[in-house]
Design a protein around this ligand. Structure first.
Ligand code: APR
Length: 427
């Protein structure tokens, strides 16, 4: 008997929930939503709500929540949203220090539990996170892509449609490059069903659209206080569906480059064909000189973050061939979870036993808009010790003492940090 496909959604937050809803309502397969053990019951609750929704709307798919990677065994598709979203004032790149250990954790588990899946990474900074997932897990590059181009193109198309006064269905456009402020809307090939957009929209208006597209994610962060999730989820589902149904769709996505457009050994947004074999082909458009220059600038930005990732000792193979520093990795995971818990009321109240006292203290651990301020870190040391003790227990580390001293060490090591990016480089 034929079995339904299995879709793993990593992270049961805003994007994760919408992903599960879309995948199930399109009956793409059964959905397993995974979150950290501390949020397992939250994931289960969200899954139950979505399953009950199936009986109202009428879709046949099971949706389960879990904190155990074993439940992801045999997944056909894995969509990764695990990580911390942006807050107003942060760039995507500001997330690298906090999301790097998370993507490494996800890569290790995916390799162990669902090595044959087609993986779509959404976590930011996108191009660096998908790069690190592939590098860390040694994944087939054709079977892992980053979701950014579909979303950025969708935003661009919407603004073009509104300015031209035409249906969104008739706008054809693509945004390439990195998923950052230097992304490259390809104006030379933007059409309203084949008619150049320049026939509908004046140059200054088009320039304004390009600018708004580049800041499209930030505009929503500023309005909502957190990242967008409906359009990001739909964009990732388009990629997952293209794979599951062998649609051979031509979409913009962050793909592994081996010389296309003059770049190699990085992930960056390019047009590609996604079908049953994953990323089956990368399409090279003929770009004009301006577009080539913009792509070079965007690639340099991506490379800058990738260099930080590469420089990080975490998980880099040692001269003996193993992971360099399990302790270092554990220490960063520890502080990241502490920071995360401190910023998640549901989590801090359920997981930190003496929640009143500890969550008040742990709330003092905050990021400034882009920088972790030295003074905040030092004031937060006692909170980190509390969180460290919890983390050490929850990850079955050898002793609570190891966790607390790791937190203390990390806090003192952090006191001179000037930015999360530099922190990651030094870790
Ligand atoms: N394993 C599994 N889940 C994790 C892990 C981990 N190691 N670390 C964090 N998570 C979970 C969090 O517990 C949270 O439930 O990831 C979820 C993220 O959800 P939200 O905080 O709601 O964030 P969301 O808006 O969904 O964005 C997720 O996508 O677009 C990017 O910048 C965004 O990096 C962010 C990511």
């Amino acid at each position: 008997m034929a079995q339904r496909r299995k879709i793993g959604v990593i992270g049961a937050g805003n994007i994760g929930g919408e992903l599960a809803r879309l995948c199930a309502s399109k009956e793409l397969g059964d959905v397993v939503m995974l979150d950290i053990p501390a949020k397992e019951s939250f994931a289960k609750g969200k899954a139950l709500d979505l399953e009950q929704n199936s009986s109202v709307i009428g879709y046949d798919a099971s949706i389960t929540g879990t904190g155990s990677w074993a439940d992801l065994a045999g997944a056909d598709v894995v969509i990764v949203t695990a990580g911390i979203p942006r807050k107003p004032g942060q760039s995507r790149d500001d997330l690298v220090a906090v999301n790097l250990p998370i993507i490494r954790d996800v890569a290790d588990n995916a390799k162990k539990h669902c090595p044959d899946a087609f993986v779509v990474v959404i976590s930011n900074p996108l191009d660096a996170m998908v790069y690190e997932f592939q590098r860390r897990a040694g994944w087939n590059p054709n079977m892992v892509a980053g979701m950014a181009g579909v979303l950025d193109s969708a935003r661009f198309q919407l603004f073009v449609a509104r300015a031209a006064g035409v249906s969104i269905k008739d706008v054809r456009a693509m945004v390439l490059g990195g998923h950052g402020d230097d992304m490259v809307p390809i104006l030379s090939q933007t059409t309203i069903n084949g008619v150049p957009a320049t026939q509908f929209i004046a140059k200054d208006a088009l320039d304004a659209i390009v600018k708004r597209t580049r800041g499209g994610g930030g505009e929503i962060v500023n309005l909502m206080g957190t990242s967008a999730y409906y359009a990001p989820a739909s964009s990732a589902v388009a990629m997952a569906e293209a794979y599951l149904s062998d649609q051979k769709r031509l979409l913009a996505a962050a793909c592994w480059l081996t010389g296309q457009y003059g770049y190699k050994d990085i992930y960056m947004g390019v047009p590609c064909v996604i079908g049953g074999k994953g990323v089956e082909k990368i399409i090279e458009l003929s770009l004009n000189d301006d577009e080539k220059a913009m792509l070079a600038k965007s690639a340099a930005s991506v490379q800058g973050i990738v260099d930080v990732v590469n420089k990080s000792a975490l998980g880099r193979p040692s001269s003996r061939g193993g992971a360099v520093s399990t302790e270092a990795r554990r220490r960063v995971a520890l502080v990241d979870h502490a920071r995360y818990l401190a910023r998640t009321p549901a989590c801090s109240s359920t997981t930190l036993r003496r929640s009143g006292e500890r969550s008040r203290a742990s709330r003092r651990i905050t990021f400034s808009s882009a920088y972790l301020r030295r003074s905040i870190v030092s004031k937060a040391s006692s909170s980190l010790r509390s969180c460290g003790a919890w983390h050490a227990r929850s990850t079955r580390s050898r002793s609570v003492h190891a966790g607390t001293s790791a937190a203390r060490n990390l806090v003192s090591a952090s006191s001179g940090e000037s930015s999360p990016v530099e922190a990651a480089a030094r870790a």
